[in-house]
Design a protein around this ligand. Structure first.
Ligand SMILES: [Zn+2]
Ligand SMILES: [Zn+2]
Length: 629
């Protein structure tokens, strides 16, 4: 018996010096583990190790040390690890279990950071849902399968979106955002892919169009028979010389030879005034009659000059946007040219491969055949009425898969970049969905969304999920299409009163036991529903509702209290100019200074005043609304 106890003791002592293995054969990480760094770590390795160390400390509830030597029970990082990444693509990583320890290594300048975050997400369930909401379940043990071997390679070389949380470095690193437009990641964090000199619509200043109206009108676009500073003439050799000089000057000032990729945007201004002069028209006629031909020919020549000057890590970026969206014939982009195809005319209640988006799909397919560095500029907000519901949730993942499958290498999703002035909808949810799909278009998005809803809205989050399902089922106007410049009402088809009641009760239930930040998040997101109802004259805003005017005033006050200062893109509202009649009797979409003085709005205000005075007219208003909605 004593001998037995002695053997057991020896076994226990032996086990004490080796990593613990669970009955299922997994590696069990507990508070005795450490993060193993090389003896002289780079700042980048030290940052990844610290990310891991802090995350593990949070998950295990015990301070985990970082060490430069360990026999066992370690997670090795970077050059201290034995993970073989020789076959892993740039900015990818490998998390692998070897000899009962964990090894994490990455490639290029961002892989290791991403690997550290992935380990915490995969095995500690630590999720960065927003910049303030980091969920990390506490556990005294973390189990990693004994044969764990996770390899990740980025789906896109460039990923960016705006909103609030995506500006946060930790959020961006954990959720796969690497563009430099909306976040600053230092070299120790892996750096960003940077546009230098301007992100978009740069041709005006690169070609100095404003200078030449008097002296050289031939440098300017001839549009509708008039030379205009709106755009340059892209077949004029002097314009090419001016633009090339400015691009080279910009590079002389801002070029970073150590960056893997820097991008200079040479993109058309944001208007439709493309040049129609004889030379431009003749060139385009030889290339399928497409305006993109002159744009691409011009940008190709700038790119040649940049390459000849020795800037091998620089790409010149241009747009396939509005009049230049369709790909040209008989001309292809140079290797160092990025074409950013814009989905501005797309319907967002259906994926890109639906019938309503066939022109975009044609252009995507055409560009992907000729462009080896195709990027996409996508959209995810209603810019006309940003406060209202924009029910595009069902297409986010499918669209990202379609882009990936068409060899798109970079994606920027323009969302609500002014969200700090009108955060009333589902900004954080949408930002998270977009980020996760940029990181991996084939991720389990339903699971990600469920986790987000629970963390952001609390127990009521499940009901918010049901509300979103109803929104998406009704997404789009009469014909089912959803555009980024629709009126609020048109973003969700006519909804039967019974469905409106159901959504109302779901919001009510979701808020029932909510408190603190979760309640505030629910109330803020519900504002978009109230705005939609007010725009559609439904629910408490129906003509049959005696408190219709009061509810509109209440909505207005709640928007102000929520810090909303922008109702549309491009303009801060001056609430001092909102009079009571406007708020009470006009539709919310008509509150803005651009719309409120229109005849039909003034007429509406008069009619609604009359209805309020003589309630017998209310059913007429109700029927009128039914017919017109
Ligand atoms: Zn021209
Ligand atoms: Zn559609």
């Amino acid at each position: 018996m004593k001998k037995m106890i002695g053997i057991l003791l020896i076994l226990c002592l032996l086990c004490g010096s080796l990593p613990m293995a669970s009955a299922a054969g997994g590696i069990v990480i507990d508070g005795t583990w450490s993060v193993l760094l090389p003896e002289a770590p780079t700042a980048y390795e030290a940052y990844a190790a610290e990310t891991l160390r802090r995350g593990l400390t949070e998950a295990l509830g015990v301070e985990i040390p970082a060490v430069s030597a360990a026999e066992n029970r370690y997670i090795a990082v970077g050059s201290a690890s034995r993970a073989d990444v020789s076959e892993v693509a740039d900015n990818g990583y490998r998390i692998t279990a070897l000899d009962g320890n964990i090894h994490i290594a990455g490639t290029a300048q961002r892989g290791l950071q991403a690997g550290a975050y992935r380990f915490l997400e995969e095995y500690c369930n630590r999720k960065i849902y927003t910049q303030d909401i980091i969920v990390c379940p506490k556990n005294d043990r973390i189990t990693v399968p004994a044969d764990a071997d996770v390899i990740y390679e980025p789906f896109f070389e460039y990923t960016d979106t705006d909103w609030n949380s995506p500006r946060d470095p930790a959020y961006s690193m954990a959720n796969g955002l690497n563009g430099g437009q909306y976040r600053t990641l230092g070299p120790e964090m892996g750096d960003t892919v940077n546009y230098i000199g301007g992100f978009c619509h740069t041709m005006g200043w690169l070609c100095e169009t404003w200078k030449y109206a008097e002296t050289h009108p031939e440098y300017l676009a001839l549009h509708d028979g008039v030379r205009t500073t709106d755009q340059p003439c892209l077949t004029n050799p002097e314009v090419l010389r001016i633009c090339t000089e400015n691009v080279l000057n910009l590079l002389a000032e801002k070029h970073d030879p150590s960056a893997p990729l820097q991008i200079v945007s040479v993109t058309q201004n944001d208007n439709y005034s493309c040049c129609e002069c004889d030379a431009c028209a003749a060139f385009e006629a030889q290339h399928g009659g497409k305006h993109s031909a002159t744009v691409l020919n011009f940008v190709n020549q700038v790119a040649d000059a940049v390459k000849a000057a020795g800037y091998d890590n620089v790409a010149i970026d241009t747009f396939a946007y509005t009049y230049s969206q369709a790909a040209p014939e008989n001309i292809v982009p140079r290797d160092n040219v990025i074409v950013r195809l814009c989905s501005i005319f797309c319907c967002f209640s259906h994926p890109f491969d639906a019938k309503c988006n066939k022109e975009f799909m044609r252009d995507l397919a055409d560009w992907s055949k000729i462009c080896n560095r195709l990027y996409v500029w996508d959209y995810a907000t209603n810019y006309s009425h940003t406060v209202a519901v924009f029910p595009n949730f069902n297409v986010i993942q499918k669209n990202m898969q379609i882009l990936y499958e068409h060899n798109v290498r970079g994606v920027y999703v323009e969302g609500n970049y002014y969200v700090d002035k009108c955060d009333t909808e589902f900004s954080e949810l949408r930002a998270y969905m977009i980020s996760k799909c940029l990181q991996d278009p084939y991720c389990d998005l339903d699971k990600e969304v469920d986790g987000f809803l629970q963390a952001y809205y609390g127990p009521g989050g499940k009901l918010v999920g049901k509300i979103l399902d109803i929104y998406c089922a009704h997404a789009g106007s009469f014909d089912g299409t959803l555009w980024i410049y629709y009126g609020s009402w048109a973003c969700m088809r006519p909804m039967p009163a019974v469905t409106v009641k159901l959504v109302d009760s779901l919001w009510c239930l979701a808020k029932k036991d909510a408190e603190g930040k979760c309640l505030a998040n629910l109330e803020r997101s519900e504002l978009s529903w109230r705005w939609w109802k007010a725009s559609a004259a439904m629910g408490e805003f129906s003509y049959l509702s005696p408190c219709r005017g009061d509810e509109k005033e209440k909505l207005f006050e709640d928007l102000k209290n929520a810090g909303v200062t922008m109702l549309h893109e491009g303009r801060i509202e001056d609430y001092a100019t909102f009079d009571r009649d406007l708020i009470r009797y006009a539709m919310p979409d008509e509150w803005s200074i651009d719309d409120r003085n229109a005849d039909h709005v003034q007429k509406r205000i008069q009619i609604e005043k009359l209805i309020e005075k003589i309630p017998l007219f209310a059913p007429i208003g109700y029927i009128f609304n039914l017919i017109h909605s």
